[in-house]
Design a protein around this ligand. Structure first.
Ligand SMILES: Cc1cc2nc3c(=O)[nH]c(=O)nc-3n(C[C@H](O)[C@H](O)[C@H](O)COP(=O)(O)OP(=O)(O)OC[C@H]3O[C@@H](n4cnc5c(N)ncnc54)[C@H](O)[C@@H]3O)c2cc1C
Length: 221
């Protein structure tokens, strides 16, 4: 477990914040990989308590959060979507610059190492790794496509900058709208979101003949 300093917390969408974290010495990760965040949350906050009650009366909570920065040079970022009845995510959203949080990792085999064109299918907080991967791809001169399923994607500024830089950004009501972007492309397809989205997105991508589909599920909603 490593303590890292929160450098900034920015609201980037509806009930969604981006936390910029100081990258610890010797730490290296690629967009798409995730961190384990561990926090002892004050028991007086009266939140759900699935975690273990600590000796100080707080409740230890853990959660996984995926990198949403293109790299981890100096700082790195996670993007957190929270619901008010949640535990760890709203606590993370309340952090401020200078706070410390504990992390472990990185974890995960689904990662973009900067090689080749990338298409990313995302929902909810999956937009985090989608922008991180697309930015890294564009930095390397590769094609990047972000397909966000839903309305009003977080990280609108970064999506606009990506589009201005030549990336394709689609905000869709149905994944069928992404078929044209997938068909005939030899890009690696990445999928990030909750369980049912990941299942549907993999099915759509594989049906278009995509040869390499890499998905990370954020679990059930
Ligand atoms: C590999 C992996 C990567 C992940 N990466 C990210 C990431 O980058 N960003 C991110 O925000 N989350 C990510 N998650 C999910 C995250 O770890 C937590 O599950 C989530 O933040 C909920 O934490 P919580 O303790 O606040 O809510 P809980 O206390 O666990 O949930 C309370 C209730 O609210 C529901 N709920 C919680 N969050 C949401 C939501 N966003 N929408 C709808 N219902 C919800 C829960 O199902 C539950 O019923 C990832 C999960 C995995 C497994």
């Amino acid at each position: 477990m490593t303590a890292v300093t929160v450098e900034a917390v920015e609201e980037v969408g509806t009930r969604t914040v981006a936390l910029t974290l100081e990258t610890p010495g010797g730490f290296d990760a690629e967009p798409g990989q995730f961190l384990l965040v561990r926090a002892t949350i004050d028991g007086s906050e009266e939140r759900r308590s699935s975690g273990n009650r600590s000796e100080t009366g707080g409740v230890e909570e853990t959660g996984y959060y995926t990198l949403s920065s293109p790299d981890t040079d100096g700082t790195m970022e996670i993007t957190v979507e929270y619901v008010p009845e949640g535990t760890l995510a709203p606590w993370l959203a309340e952090r401020t610059a200078g706070d410390e949080i504990s992390i472990e990792g990185p974890f995960g085999d689904v990662r973009y190492t900067g090689e080749g064109d990338a298409v990313v299918l995302a929902e909810g907080p999956g937009i985090g790794p989608a922008v991180g991967i697309a930015e890294r791809a564009r930095e390397g001169g590769h094609d990047a496509t972000v397909v966000f399923w839903g309305e009003d994607p977080p990280h609108r500024d970064r999506l606009d900058a990506l589009e201005a830089d030549g990336a394709t950004v689609l905000v869709v009501e149905s994944l069928d709208e992404a078929v044209d972007s997938l068909t005939g492309s030899d890009a690696t397809v990445y999928v990030f979101g909750f369980e049912s989205f990941v299942r549907d997105a993999k099915t759509v991508a594989e049906a278009t003949g995509a040869a390499d589909v890499r998905a990370e599920s954020f679990g059930p909603r």
